[in-house]
Write a protein that binds this ligand. Structure first.
Ligand code: ATP
Length: 232
């Protein structure tokens, strides 16, 4: 039986690696959604998972998808994963598989490794291993939704601890006059970066005049941006 019975061969992954693409290991909900989004943005993706059904279900969606055990160095080498500049480890439930996989990738000197952590302890181990970017999808999404639940914000992204970007309806206090005359920065400590009017988003500047139905993108210290988003 062929070593790679499913969709693709090492030559294909070698070609994908040369195209500045991304290898995504673990095609659960997180890995699958990340891989699909990369493909939508025009980045080629090699997807790897142990689960045969998942591999089959991603055939035709990703550039190449292969069934392999990522904790085995030989398997990754045969798939030319060592030739990729960027690898994402999207394994959460099986922490030992996540750690072993990251350790193999580090020993391959992959320039940029991203890995998902299920909790702080898992994340700490990955950081100690030298994983370049550790992400906490559940924790981050929980925090983000908490901000949405608490306030009037339509969307919320904390760019760094204490600094956020908030999407919100334009408060009436700043409607009908140029933003430059509203004193927003001085009074509220935030900046309006963009606004949505009649179906399109545009950059905001001092001459922008907001209407009642407009939506704005507020940037600033988290508390200030959130308080501003709650103004009526
Ligand atoms: P999600 O929340 O994203 O659905 P999860 O946090 O439950 O996923 P896991 O179920 O541990 O994470 O792993 C995600 C995927 O990684 C699964 O599809 C699983 O088959 C795959 N996976 C786990 N271990 C390995 C391994 N050693 N090699 C390749 N794939 C693996």
């Amino acid at each position: 039986m062929a070593k790679f019975p499913f969709f693709g061969a090492p030559e294909t992954s070698r070609r994908i690696a040369e195209a500045d693409s991304v290898a995504v290991i673990g095609l659960g909900r997180f890995g699958s959604s990340l891989a699909a989004e990369l493909m939508t943005g025009g980045t080629e993706v090699l997807g790897i998972d142990l689960d045969e059904e998942l591999v089959q279900s991603h055939n035709g969606i990703l550039t190449q998808v292969v069934r392999a055990d990522s904790t085995k160095r030989e398997a990754l080498e045969q798939l030319a994963v060592d030739e990729f500049d960027r690898v994402v480890v999207a394994i959460g439930g099986d922490i030992s598989a996540s750690i072993l996989t990251c350790s193999v990738l580090k020993s391959m000197d992959i320039p940029v490794i991203w890995a998902k952590a299920v909790d702080d302890q898992h994340g700490l181990i990955l950081e100690q291993l030298g994983v370049h970017h550790v992400v906490y999808p559940e924790k981050d999404m929980g925090r983000r939704v908490a901000h949405l639940v608490r306030g009037a914000a339509l969307d919320f992204i904390e760019i760094a601890p204490g600094y956020a970007m908030v999407k919100a309806p334009a408060p009436s206090t700043i409607q009908g006059k140029p933003l430059g005359e509203t004193g927003i920065r001085k009074t509220y400590g935030v900046t309006i970066a963009a606004f949505h009017h009649n179906g399109t988003w545009n950059n905001a500047d001092n001459t922008t005049i907001l209407d009642a139905d407009d939506t704005i993108l507020v940037v600033g210290p988290t508390r200030a941006a959130e308080s501003f988003a709650q103004l009526l």
